[in-house]
Design a protein around this ligand. Structure first.
Ligand SMILES: NC(=O)c1ccc[n+]([C@@H]2O[C@H](COP(=O)([O-])OP(=O)(O)OC[C@H]3O[C@@H](n4cnc5c(N)ncnc54)[C@H](OP(=O)(O)O)[C@@H]3O)[C@@H](O)[C@H]2O)c1
Length: 255
């Protein structure tokens, strides 16, 4: 494999730090981009300098809250800037992460990913998208959002996947010189998910037990798209790549 120069937008995030690790382990040059490294993909500060000589941009940046409108605006602006600055810098490809079910969501953060996907596929740079299932690391975030020692978590199906596994799949997609343009006629957007279906509240209860938090499973009503989520709208399709560790294995390996 030829060594190439990658810029990672969102390099300090839950997923981004694993993308940086995988690229570095494979011997690629990596430019980490986040506000913490002096690059703002919304205002454009530091972006032109960071993208100098970069071949491929991997976009795993995110808005920090679940509000659909604000997240949509974030993805629209960030994607436009990454494409425009990337084109000027001579980059040849953007690879962006989205969420499984983004095409089915009607509201909330997951629906904001539709704009992220559309903006990427509108160019000007060629773009590849990988839809990922909810992360093992997201379960802790759900507990963090709740107060006290009881957490109310939706008992909805999910096929949790480790951020490291998603990072490996993203890098595979980024370095694959044979990958077809997306969306290739008649082929779905690639997906990556964990090895088995889980129930979010049950996974949260395993983590809660470690943290001294009691988890109560709830039906998810009040949450955007709870009904279609209960019917499996956010589970991987038959073409998805499934890979471990399971949530339990991942949890056992945490310090
Ligand atoms: N959570 C899940 O279960 C899940 C599942 C599938 C897909 N995804 C998607 O995966 C992606 C990454 O999620 P994550 O949980 O890893 O996100 P995260 O931990 O919140 O990280 C977000 C990253 O974006 C950076 N960032 C935010 N605003 C920025 C700006 N203006 N300029 C430059 N960098 C900026 C942050 O760094 P600074 O704060 O330093 O700027 C950070 O590095 C998102 O698109 C998310 O929707 C998530």
């Amino acid at each position: 494999m030829s060594i190439r120069k990658f810029a990672v937008a969102g390099a300090t995030g839950r997923l981004g730090r694993h993308v940086v690790d995988v690229l570095t382990e494979q011997g690629h040059q990596v430019v980490p981009m986040s506000r913490a490294t002096g690059v703002d993909i919304i205002t454009g500060e530091g972006l032109a300098e960071a993208l100098t000589g970069v071949d491929v941009i991997i976009d795993v940046a995110s808005w920090h809250a679940s509000d659909q409108e604000a997240a949509t605006e974030f993805f629209r602006t960030a994607t436009r800037n990454l494409h425009e600055f990337g084109q000027k810098a001579g980059a040849g490809l953007i690879v962006a992460v989205s969420i499984i079910g983004a095409d089915k969501a009607t509201g909330g953060f997951i629906a904001a990913q539709q704009v992220h996907e559309e903006a990427n596929l509108s160019g000007p740079l060629p773009a590849r998208i990988l839809r990922a299932a909810q992360f093992h690391e997201f379960v802790g975030q759900l507990l963090d959002w709740q107060q006290g020692d009881v957490a109310y978590i939706p008992a909805l199906p999910t096929q949790l996947v480790a951020c490291r596994t998603v990072a490996e799949a993203l890098v595979d997609l980024a370095v694959d010189s044979e990958a077809p343009a997306q969306p290739a006629p008649g082929t779905p957007i690639p997906e990556v998910a964990g090895p088995r279906k889980e129930v979010m509240a049950e996974a949260a209860a395993l983590l809660g037990a470690r943290r001294g938090v009691k988890v109560v499973g709830v039906d998810g009503s009040g949450m955007p798209d709870a009904e279609i989520a209960a019917d499996g709208a956010f589970l991987p399709g038959p073409h998805a790549k499934l890979a471990g560790p399971t949530f339990q294995e991942w949890l056992d390996a945490q310090p």
